[in-house]
Design a protein around this ligand. Structure first.
Ligand SMILES: Nc1ncnc2c1ncn2[C@@H]1O[C@H](COP(=O)(O)OP(=O)(O)O)[C@@H](O)[C@H]1O
Ligand SMILES: [Mg+2]
Length: 223
């Protein structure tokens, strides 16, 4: 299965989500390849430090993405592709190959409105591919006491993009994690809330991938 984390806006939490998703899938017992499709290449460096068992590849142009993704998906149970901030053709290539697109979006009315434009390419791909890739938006960097307003719900509904009920809270620990070369559940008790929230988010989006038992201890046991 090929999963891309995509939104043509930068700084919305794509790389953070992609690295944690790749590590989470690995912790559930799956084989995983992280395809870093951003020219900044931050997620491939991060995952190499956090979980060296996960193969990381850099695919930095649309032709390479279109050509390489099918082969990579034969090599592993899951390919997680971290998308770029702006290059439309790179996003298009990812959306033409992916089975699932996760679209992180900051929890603000302005960002949700901007998403209408940012999802043009997604809609084109779904049109060409008769509905594929399945897509889900996830609120990222949500204030701890934030409540989704009716305006936001209406705006999300207008996008015809399902919105995950779980979200990623704005937490310092997510911003600290790459500097430590770690994912949040490797960071001990101060990261527990983040670890639990991201686990329940991925369980919601990918229930079939979740291990029967909670096994986020594979790496913890090693450290
Ligand atoms: N939930 C969060 N809480 C706090 N900081 C976050 C969160 N998600 C991402 N960040 C930080 O915000 C910045 C942008 O995130 P990043 O994942 O690199 O976004 P993108 O890949 O979309 O550009 C990074 O500094 C990252 O550490
Ligand atoms: Mg990024």
């Amino acid at each position: 299965m090929i999963i891309t984390v995509t939104n043509s806006k930068g700084g919305v939490g794509k790389s953070t989500m992609a690295v944690h998703l790749a590590a989470w899938l690995y912790e559930q017992g799956h084989s995983v390849i992280l395809a870093d499709c951003d020219t900044q290449q931050s997620s491939s460096e991060w995952i190499r430090e956090a979980e060296p068992e996960i193969k990381a590849v850099r695919l930095d142009n649309p032709d390479v993405i279109l050509d390489a993704l099918p082969g990579l998906s034969q090599e592993a149970d899951y390919v997680v592709a971290d998308g770029p901030g702006s290059q439309t053709e790179t996003s298009r290539a990812l959306l033409l190959r992916a089975d699932l697109a996760i679209v992180p979006v900051k929890a603000s009315m302005l960002e949700v409105r901007a998403l209408a434009k940012a999802t043009d390419v997604l809609r084109q791909a779904q049109d060409i591919r008769k509905g594929l890739p399945r897509a889900v938006a996830v609120l990222s960097m949500v204030g701890l006491n934030y409540r989704l307003t009716q305006d936001m719900k209406d705006a999300a509904a207008a996008l015809q993009l399902p919105l995950a009920s779980k979200s990623m809270i704005l937490r310092q620990i997510y911003a600290d994690a790459p500097g430590q070369g770690a994912i949040v559940w490797q960071l001990g008790s101060r990261a527990r809330d983040a670890a639990n929230e991201i686990d329940s988010l991925f369980r919601e989006i990918l229930p079939e991938a979740a291990a029967k038992r909670v096994t986020l201890t594979r790496k913890l046991a090693k450290r």
